[in-house]
Design a protein around this ligand. Sequence first.
Ligand code: ZN
Length: 96
Amino acid sequence: MSEGILMPEGSKRQAGQTGIEADNEYALQEDGSYTCKTCGSVIMAAKVAHPVWDGPFPMSGSGKCIYEEVPYCPKCEKRPECSGSLVTPKGGFHNP
Ligand SMILES: [Zn+2]
């Protein structure tokens, strides 16, 4: 890790604030980017992959992933896990 982290990972906030919470933590700039209200860092987006589990056997599937962009402050917040939860699409084998 060489991102100039100031705080131990364990004491950082949870990332992925949305709605009202994001409004409290992030400030919208004139150019459309967001900065952290706590430290002024530019808010980054981490890509979280949710593997699509649509095959007939446990943990099998087409190998597709659904990607989600999760906002986080690189200084105050934990970097979101890049592996998200499994998803079983409606109409698929596990979610008829
Ligand atoms: Zn911050």
